[in-house]
Design a binder for this molecule. Structure first.
Ligand SMILES: [Zn+2]
Ligand SMILES: [Zn+2]
Length: 148
């Protein structure tokens, strides 16, 4: 399979490629994403782990227990702080790639809001998108939603 998407951090120290189609894409409102990104929610593309390759640099890693209660990790540039990837033992089917870090952030559109019980009151929800509690629900619902 050829190159599908490329991306990287703010300072350019880390570059990555995505070589598989997303299983799904969501706007995550969990508290971890809010704090990690200093943003009301994080646009995430759910990519099979083997479909993501780091082609330049090496991200720093932060491990923690997420809102879901399971162990999760976040990977980011240690130089500029841009968050690039996250994932967890509860969801081995995918690695979450930060859509905004793609060279073309318009290339993958979120199809659902997840973890909306953590939504900040002033953060608006796009009424055209599905609402789901967990990313894995969207994974099952939208398994065939993306084609390349
Ligand atoms: Zn950087
Ligand atoms: Zn999240």
């Amino acid at each position: 399979m050829g190159l599908v998407h490329s991306g990287g951090c703010l300072c350019g120290e880390i570059k990555f490629d995505i070589r598989e189609a997303p299983l799904s894409a969501v706007l995550c409102h969990c508290r971890g994403c809010q704090l990690a990104h200093a943003s009301p929610c994080a646009p995430l593309a759910l990519i099979p782990p083997g479909g993501v390759s780091i082609v330049k640099g090496r991200p720093n890693r932060h491990d923690m227990i997420a809102d879901s209660g399971s162990a999760t990790f976040r990977e980011f540039c240690g130089n500029c702080g841009t968050h690039l990837f996250s994932g967890g033992v509860a969801f081995p089917e995918f690695r979450a790639v930060k859509i905004v870090a793609l060279d073309d952030p318009s290339a993958i559109s979120p199809v659902a809001h997840v973890w909306t019980k953590r939504r900040i009151s002033w953060a608006s929800l796009d009424g055209g998108l599905l609402l789901a509690l967990y990313p894995i629900m969207v994974y099952f619902l939208y398994y065939d939603a993306f084609s390349i």
